[in-house]
Design a protein around this ligand. Structure first.
Ligand code: NAD
Ligand code: TYD
Length: 357
């Protein structure tokens, strides 16, 4: 792994991954390809360590000519593919966009990698890797006593988002079986941490609580997610790229499964402690139950035995320590979040998403 193409590296997980890799891989050079949708911004890349080993390219993963050029120009031997449309609520309104980016975009990258690495033989195949970042949502929803998702759980996606990620996973595996493209896949649980766009649960709750706005809990708030701190996720991907067997999948999770309401209450308690004199404290008073999301998956849980046993990875952050760090980051980076929250497009979307609830 010398010349790494990261797609979606101006988004939440991608930008944290770029920062993490520059800090932990002294020899690596990173080409960061991102089209800068509403969810991506170069503001997320301002504090990179050793920025001379990073180049940002604004462009679309569906642009085959651009991908071909980047692979050749930078002699890319590794691809870490994050770029995607990622918000379930948006996928309910704009499913075609999810099909285009998540399925067609992933296929464009696969076809370009096959051309450069296999047909042109740019490198020995044991020196290249196409790593696809996917989600546990491809496995569907667990009943209360079902065992946790693992690498053998059958696919059962329920939302346009998870259906598009499932389709992309199948294409990635098909390229391994059909063309021998050295791939790996991680299916991870809900990430949280710095730079997460304020449309996902944790940043929405922090931002609303700081502004004294209602904290909208979908349905009864008893849905369960497994929460993974973003740096733990970056280390998991790094280990899979470095030591994971080509063709294999690894499920990655944070080893905790609280109901949503518990996560929200914990955030409120952290804010009460950090800002005891806030006009809205105690922040739990802002919790408001709203209409549920259609087709809302009830429970996710991840079995991390395979990545633990094969690659020695385990999450280092507990939910309590990870949430504290995250709240502190948002409180210390009000300019970042204020700029997003002032954007008219963002405001229109949030109004639309929450209006009928
Ligand atoms: P994000 O929405 O914060 O960022 C996505 C990035 O991809 C943005 O910077 C956006 O501009 C870019 N992008 C979108 N379409 C593009 C295109 N056509 N061409 C180039 N760039 C494009 O997403 P995230 O939360 O950082 O998620 C990253 C990856 O991790 C996704 O593949 C997602 O499915 C997966 N994942 C996320 C989570 C999570 O909890 N956030 C959990 C499991 C898996
Ligand atoms: P989200 O962060 O959108 O991730 P995902 O849907 O991919 O799991 O939502 C996490 C959980 O929080 C999910 O059960 C939906 C719920 N949720 C709320 O209750 N209120 C909100 O405002 C949001 C954004 C999510």
């Amino acid at each position: 792994m010398q010349n790494l193409l990261v797609t979606g590296g101006a988004g939440f997980i991608g930008s944290n991954f770029v920062r993490y890799m520059l800090a932990h891989e002294p020899e690596i050079f990173i080409v960061n390809l991102d089209v800068l949708t509403y969810a991506g911004t170069t503001e997320n890349l301002k504090d990179l360590p050793d920025p001379a080993r990073h180049v940002f390219v604004e462009g679309n993963i569906t642009d085959r000519a651009l991908i071909d050029t980047l692979l050749h120009k930078y002699q890319i031997d590794t691809i870490a593919h994050f770029a995607a449309e990622t918000h379930v609520d948006r996928s309910l309104h704009f499913p075609e966009l999810f099909l285009e980016t998540n399925v067609v975009g992933t296929h464009t990258l696969l076809a370009a990698a096959r051309q450069y690495w296999i047909i042109e033989g740019a490198f020995p195949l044991d020196q290249v890797r196409f790593h696809h970042v996917s989600t546990d949502e491809v496995f569907g929803s667990l009943a209360p006593t079902d065992p946790a998702f693992n690498e053998n759980t059958p696919y059962d996606p329920r939302s346009p988002y998870s259906a598009s990620k499932a389709a992309s996973d199948h294409f990635v595996r098909a390229y391994f079986h059909t063309y021998k493209l050295p791939i790996s896949i991680t299916n991870c649980s809900n990430n949280y941490g710095p730079y997460q766009f304020p449309e996902k649960l944790i940043p929405v709750m922090i931002a609303n609580a700081v502004e004294g706005k209602p904290l909208p809990v979908y349905g009864d708030g008893m849905q369960i997610r497994d929460w993974l701190y973003v740096d733990d996720h970056s280390e998991a991907i790094r280990r899979v790229i470095r030591g994971g067997t080509p063709g294999e999948t690894y499920t990655v999770g944070g080893d905790n499964q609280p109901p949503n309401i518990e996560v929200i209450q914990t955030l409120c308690h952290i804010l009460d402690e950090l800002r005891p004199h806030a006009p809205h404290a105690p922040h739990e008073g802002l919790i408001t139950y709203v209409k549920d999301r259609p087709g809302h998956d009830r429970r996710y849980d991840i079995d991390i035995s395979k990545i633990k046993t094969e690659l020695g990875w385990h999450p280092t952050e507990s939910l309590a320590t990870g949430l504290l760090k995250t709240v502190q980051w948002y409180l210390n980076n009000t300019e970042w979040i204020d700029a997003i929250r002032a954007n008219p497009e963002y405001r229109a979307w949030m109004e639309r998403n929450y209006a009928k609830r």
